[in-house]
Structures are given as C-alpha cells and as structure tokens.
Design a protein around this ligand. Sequence first.
Ligand code: NAD
Ligand code: WQD
Length: 338
Amino acid sequence: MNILVTGGAGFIGSHTLIELYRAGHTAVVVDNLCNSNSESLRRVEGIVGVDGIPFYRTDIRDREGLERVFAMHRLDACIHFAGLKAVGESVERPWEYYENNISGTLVLVDVMRRHGCKNIIFSSSATVYGDPAEIPISERCPKGRCTNPYGWTKSMLEQVLTDIQRADPEWNVVLLRYFNPVGAHPTGRIGENPNGIPNNLMPYITQVAIGKRPELGVFGNDYPTPDGTGVRDYIHVVDLANGHVCALKAIERACGLGIYNLGTGHGYSVLEMVRAFERVNGVKIPYCVKPRRAGDIAACYSDPAKAERELGWKAKFGIDEMVRDSWNWQRLNPDGYN
Ligand code: NAD
Ligand code: WQD
C-alpha cells in the first residue's frame, strides 16, 4: 500500500517508515518539522536503501497543502502520528494543543474522505485510561479522566474517529494505544531527539549517561510499588513500529473499528530501568529522589493479548535491547540530528 505518514520525521514515525518499506509498502511523509528534523528522513532512506521518500513540509491544519499532497499521490491509508505531545507544555498552553491536535486531525480526515481514502491508524496513548481501574490494563478497561490537555486530545480524537467510523462503515479506523515507547533503531542512525530538558525517563537517563545532566531526579519513592518508584510498560520503538504494519493488514481485511494496546505486558520501575541501563551499558547513572511529579500514577502496564490475538503482533524486544539501543543512539549522536 502507499501510506500517508503524518509526523513521519518524528521519533515513532521515522522508525515506522523503515518497517513499512521492509514490509513492501511505500510512503509519503507530511510533517511541519515543529518537533523534528528532516535529517531523520535522509537516514531512513539510507537504512532502507530508497532514494527520495516523498516529503512535504506541510502542516496538517493546512487544507490546501494537504489537498496538493492528495492530488499528487494515490494514497491507500494514513498513519497519523502528527501532533504535539509534551504533557507539561499542554497544561501551560492548552489552546495550542487542542488546536494543533484536534483541528489538525479534523482537517486531515476531511481531506482524506474527499479523496476516498478512508483508512486511518491513529497514535493514541495509554494516557486515555487515566488512573486505570485495573492492572494489567486491557482494552475492556474503561477510559478514565485524563490529567492534562494532551491526554484529552487523544481521548477526544479517539471519540471523533470512532463516531466517523460508526456513521460511515467504509472507514477502517485503528486506534493504537501506545504504552511507553523507548529505544532506537539498532543501527544507531535514528532515535528520539527531544528539545531542551527531556520530560521522559529514558532520554533523561541517556543525557545523564553522556554527561549533559548531572543526575536523574527520581519522581517519588513512596508509591505502592515493589521499590516505591513508578512502574511503566516500556516498549521498544521498533516493536511499536511493527505494530503499525500489523494494523495495516487488519485494514486490508476491512476491520472497521479496532482498538489495541501496544505494550509488552511487563512493568518496570524507575530504579529497575536505571539498574538495567547500568548493567547492560556499563555506565553509572547518579540519581536523587525528588517529590512525586504532579499527575503521575503509581503503576501502568498493559494486557497486550488482544493485539496478539487479532493483529498477530507481539513485542519481541526486552528491557536489555531497549536500554542498549537508547544508549547506542545517544552515544553515536550526542546532539541528536543537530
Ligand atoms: P514526535 O514529536 O517525535 O513526532 C510527532 C511529529 O509530528 C513531529 O515530527 C512534529 O514535527 C509533527 N507535527 C506536530 N504537529 C504537526 C502539525 N500540525 N502538522 C504536521 N506535523 C506536525 O513524537 P513521537 O514520539 O514520534 O509521537 C508520535 C505520535 O505518537 C504523537 O501523536 C504522540 O502523541 C503519540 N504518542 C507518543 C508517545 C511517546 O511517548 N512518544 C506515547 C503515546 C502516544
Ligand atoms: C516514566 C516514569 C516518572 C522522568 C508520558 C506521558 C504519556 C505518554 C508517555 C504520550 C514515571 C518517572 C520520569 C524523570 C522520573 N506520552 N520519571 N524522572 O509519565 O509514564 O508517560 O510519556 O502519549 O502520555 O504522560 O512517562 O517517561 O515521563 O515517566 O522519575 O526525570 O519515570 O515519574 O514513573 P509517563 P515518563
């Protein structure tokens, strides 16, 4: 299939492009580069051995820009990564998050249907479960109250896309709820490239390892978890990327609406992540315990059985590969793509 990949220059998008080409698909990328660098696309081309993946520096809110892309290419489906994703920033700038993520998706979906392209895979998040009613979290678990505007954009967009599919069964909509994506491509050529101080645990650890930050702050050690620190379901970004290839197969079978968790099913605490990083990479990570971070929950990990049953997808990489590849990327690219 020929796939429109919005946000394809970003962290998860760039890794997904590689798996799409490996599976025999082709792609057209739309990204406004507000949180990425087109160098990632050049590196993807190098890894897959393809010259000139079509790329448009276009905002998904720009209707005319998207119309031009659809006029130039026959597109079978869209994998929709484009969006703002910084939780803290979304609390400070809610309008910008609702406008970018929600208006952008509404414009995108409208242009898609005008061109008869009614297949979409949407990047959702475990954040839609809020403080989950049960752990491990299966898709039967009800959605919860999100703790920030970013999370609400995901929750609301899931509803928008669900309603669109219900009203017009020609649509195939796959909502993928990612748990905590980490790692990088094993070549060390592409990876996560955060601006400024990282919000997420793994890029913070790698920046401590390379000496950019003196120590990791561990946000709370008094949670009701085995060692008191927060537990999450970290998933290697290459596994996550492959989840999208499996979701495309479901779309080819005309799946209608599908909702899937993409996680490993294993929870690791902050201190377990630190120790795994030190053990695998032989680098010391100094840390100090800080107060809990507002909005954090104690533990969150998936029941990924539905994705295995219905999509034939299962995470293959474990914690050792996650910390190895995160460090490999950081070590080889101390300043990311800059
Ligand atoms: P990212 O910031 O690396 O990638 C997002 C891309 O979208 C960037 O390249 C950015 O430039 C682009 N973009 C943003 N707004 C745009 C717009 N209006 N028009 C065109 N391009 C735009 O983030 P990522 O980690 O690769 O995340 C991809 C998707 O997955 C996002 O929707 C994110 O919310 C979702 N997600 C991410 C995580 C995570 O922890 N990384 C977890 C769950 C869900
Ligand atoms: C993981 C654990 C922290 C940083 C966020 C979003 C979620 C999704 C993924 C997009 C927690 C602890 C972290 C640090 C720490 N993104 N931590 N020191 O919060 O589970 O999820 O990213 O959809 O929506 O909320 O991920 O990596 O920020 O934190 O101790 O410097 O690491 O408290 O227990 P989180 P995270």
